[in-house]
Design a protein around this ligand. Structure first.
Ligand code: PLP
Length: 459
């Protein structure tokens, strides 16, 4: 069978991202064959609702002929153009202008990358250059947040605060520091939003003092909602308060919108809803809806202007062969059009339904917390709701939950912390959302029936 030979070829040759290599060799790959709307079909014909939009990226859903047409038109006309030597292509220029027009405040200058990790990496390079240009090269320390994720380049993995990305890789680097997350469900400051904001501000103040004062700190990185850390939604006003405190210190504020951008939480950018204008913003994923790779860094007028003035007639040494790739740009322009003719609006409607559906599972014996914003949500499983005892991971690896959901026709993200993540395509219909909720309920019941989980519940 074709699929068996593919499994063998995969086992022998394909290295998968963020995967246990030996575990994967034992279980083998699940091959996806086709997709339409919010539904994907595997090589055996099994159909699943993609409750995670690939990897929080296929915001527009699968099978958009107009996106395919935009890519093929561009491939035929001009498949590649470098941005070096002051060259460019029409779609890249138009895309930069369209994005600048929609981005918060004066984030008017756009540098295109291939994805999120290199967007974060590039942002760090711009920030370092900026502080050199300002005559403050000693501002070389960076602060980010526990449970945060900022990619898996060496620099991004160091800003990340998830142990899988650190162990054995020699990161974080000495100039990368963390403060605790706002993690509302498990915050030592309690559930009150103002208390959590006050605790985060105090933690930021303390960290800055520990580093040697604001004159040592280059930038602070925050995701509007922490995605890979388990969909951690900060209390209302958290981003605004942190942004204001950074501004008071003269520290650059970077919003990493790689997941939250492009309608995932409702508007085109979550920062607008948070009522902030960061100094720098990074995006990827929904920019092209995952059809082709592309990310971007937005620089505000003052950051761009400072860098440009300092470099003068010299080149700013930051660039990739595939920066501002015309095919990716053509795709992104079409995806942007789709967002604005209905996808964003549908995402808001479907997101409200998703949250209501997940809330209806709150009384399930395993559900400790339900959280989210728009089409970005999670439920956190516990074996004791009062004590918030995490699911016993040794007994119930995330993989088993993932596999149960898969059999039930649903793709979700099962984090090793017992958190189930949801980020469905924004095109989801009412019946797609109903299927996500029903199949989640079935998966939870099956998990509850698991002998190891029952044993943990009895303790
Ligand atoms: N930043 C954030 C907030 C992310 O969630 C991710 C990926 O999930 C990245 C950066 C890295 O993006 P990529 O996987 O496209 O390199």
């Amino acid at each position: 069978m074709l699929s068996n030979s593919l499994i063998e070829l995969d086992r022998a040759h394909l290295i998968h991202p963020v995967t246990s290599y030996r575990g994967h060799e034992a279980t083998g790959v699940k091959v996806l064959r086709s997709a339409e709307g919010a539904t994907v079909t595997d090589a055996s014909g099994h159909q699943l609702v993609d409750g995670f939009a690939g990897l929080w990226c296929v915001n527009a859903g699968y099978g958009h002929e107009s996106i395919v047409a935009a890519a093929s038109r561009q491939m035929r006309e001009l498949p590649y153009a470098t941005g070096y030597f002051s060259l460019g292509s029409e779609p890249a220029i138009r895309l930069a202008a369209e994005l600048a027009q929609r981005a918060p405040g004066d984030l008017d200058h756009v540098y295109f990358t291939l994805g999120g990790s290199d967007a974060v990496d590039s942002s760090v390079r711009f920030i370092r250059y900026y502080w050199h240009a300002r005559g403050e090269p000693q501002r070389d320390q960076f602060i980010s947040i526990e449970q945060g994720y900022h990619g898996s380049s060496t620099v991004g993995a160091g800003l990340t605060a998830l142990s899988t990305f650190h162990a054995g890789f020699g990161v974080p680097l000495s100039w990368q520091h963390k403060i605790p997350s706002h993690y509302v469900y498990r915050n030592p400051a309690g559930h009150d939003g103002n208390a959590i904001i006050a605790a985060s501000l105090a933690a930021l103040d303390a960290k800055i003092a520990e580093i040697g004062g604001p004159q040592r700190v280059a930038a602070f990185y925050a995701e509007p909602i922490q995605g890979s850390g388990g969909v951690l939604v900060p209390p209302k006003g958290w981003m605004k308060a942190m942004r204001a405190r950074c501004q008071a210190y003269g520290i650059l504020f970077v919003a990493d919108e790689v997941i939250t951008g492009f309608g995932r939480t409702g508007p085109l950018f979550a920062c607008s809803e948070d009522e902030i204008v960061p100094d720098i913003m990074t995006v990827a994923k929904g920019l092209t809806s995952g059809y082709v790779p592309m990310g971007a860094v937005f620089l505000s007028d003052h950051v761009y202007g400072t860098i440009a003035d300092a470099a003068g007639s010299s080149a700013v040494g930051q660039g990739y062969t595939y920066s501002a790739h015309p095919v990716s740009a053509a795709v992104a322009l079409e995806v942007l059009r789709l967002y604005e003719i209905g996808l964003l609006a549908n995402g808001v409607k479907a997101g409200a339904r998703l949250m209501a559906g997940l809330q209806s599972l709150k009384d399930h014996p395993l559900v400790g917390d339900v959280r989210g914003r728009g089409m970005l949500a999670a439920i956190e499983l516990v074996t004791d709701k009062k004590q918030k005892t995490p699911l016993p991971i040794a007994a119930e690896p995330a993989r088993r939950i993932f596999d149960r959901a898969w059999k039930n026709g649903l793709i979700i993200r099962a984090f090793p912390t017992g958190v189930l993540g949801y980020a469905p395509p924004l095109c989801c219909s009412d019946s797609d959302i109903e299927a996500i909720i029903e199949r989640t309920a079935k998966t939870l019941d099956e998990t509850l029936a698991d002998a190891d989980v029952r044993a943990a519940l009895q303790h």
